[in-house]
Design a protein around this ligand. Structure first.
Ligand code: NAD
Length: 321
């Protein structure tokens, strides 16, 4: 298959590119390496074509026309809730108008399907857990609003133009290459502190939870969606609640280092719990998460340690302490 991955230099998108290339697909990456995002040139698979371009740009028409994708994986986004709250117009320019430019050009270039990186944030703080596809979406930030709006546009383009879609509503994704500004930023922030052999800040009582999902599991959902999940929107989570304290303890287990904890009050807007029921994705995408928290944290920690071996030296001597 010929596949365009927007945001394919970023954290999740670059892993999706790796999997598509490994499966024998021909992949083109479109990414503008936005300074506040996780996009890095070195993340891009050497066997993929890389084009540095903005999804809002008119030049996208020519790129799509030349590559003639069968499928488009749309991962490019302004991915920060905080930036979206400060500047909702900028957020919508990328996450709504950029999406529309991608969808228009997908139709014109004859693509059959779009796989969209949606978000569990579209549900806001629900009345009941776990969150499932039956849970009403009540987005609470401009970022989450744009992700929900995007799902409506996907339905419109399918009905109007026959462009099929699968929307994957990710929980908090963590793993190698992750960007500290993303939705699972606490993992990479903590890992940075552990590597620097410094203490961590834990807000509230640390028992607030999220559904942290390893990037390799998210990638497999993107592979399943190549063939399945027509016109579907799926919760992509583990089904488990993981607290900030549990993230901390997993890192202590992985590193053997008891980082000092500074306990601070709850931050305004902090949500108590999140947990996603992956049953529908299991049924319709034939997908289920496979990597547990400890293994995922080990792989993530080792990635950052090997990237910055000088900082890790002080920790490696403390393993098993
Ligand atoms: N990380 C998570 O936990 C999480 C959870 C839910 C949804 N998502 C969604 O998954 C997708 C990937 O997120 P990520 O965490 O890998 O973030 P990321 O910042 O690492 O990746 C996003 C990529 O999009 C690129 N980009 C940004 N603006 C662009 C523009 N105008 N034109 C072209 N490229 C642009 C960035 O350079 C970056 O490479 C995003 O759509 C995000 O909203 C992420």
């Amino acid at each position: 298959m010929r596949i365009i991955v927007t945001g394919g230099a970023g954290f999740i998108g670059s892993h999706v590119v790796d999997a598509y290339v490994a499966a024998g697909h021909e992949v083109a990456v479109i990414d503008n390496l936005w300074e506040h995002g996780g996009g890095r040139r070195e993340n891009v698979n050497a066997r993929a074509t890389f084009v540095e371009a903005d999804i809002r740009d008119d030049a996208l028409g020519r790129l799509f026309a030349d590559f003639r994708p069968d499928l488009v994986s749309h991962h490019a986004a302004q991915h920060s809730v905080a930036i979206s709250s400060r500047d909702p117009v900028f957020d919508a320019q990328i996450n709504v108008l950029g999406l529309l430019n991608v969808l228009e050009n997908s139709v014109r270039a004859g693509a059959k399907k779009v796989i969209f990186a949606s978000s569990g944030a579209t549900f806001g703080e629900p009345e009941e857990l776990p969150i499932s596809e039956a849970t009403p979406q009540r987005p609470e930030s401009p970022y989450a609003i744009t992700k929900m709006v995007a799902e409506h546009y996907l339905r419109f383009y399918r009905n109007e133009h026959g462009l099929d879609f699968t929307a994957l509503r990710y929980g908090n994704v963590y793993g190698p290459r992750q960007d500290p500004n993303g939705e699972a930023g606490v993992v990479s922030i903590f890992i940075g502190r552990f590597l620097a052999h410094e203490g961590v800040k834990i807000f509230w009582d640390g028992e607030q939870t999220r559904d942290y999902i390893y990037v390799g599991d998210v990638v497999r959902a993107n592979v399943c969606a190549l063939e399945r999940g027509s016109a579907g929107a799926y919760c992509i989570g583990t089904g488990s609640k993981t607290s900030v304290n549990a993230i901390y303890r997993a890192l202590v287990d992985v590193t053997g280092f008891e980082a000092p904890i500074e306990r601070l009050p709850r931050r305004p807007g902090d949500v108590r719990d999140a947990q996603f029921d992956p049953s529908l994705a299991n049924l319709e995408l034939d997908w289920q998460p496979q990597v547990d928290l400890l293994e995922g944290m080990r792989r993530t920690y080792e990635f950052f340690r090997d990237k910055e071996p000088s900082r890790a030296g002080s920790l490696s001597g403390r393993r098993g302490a």
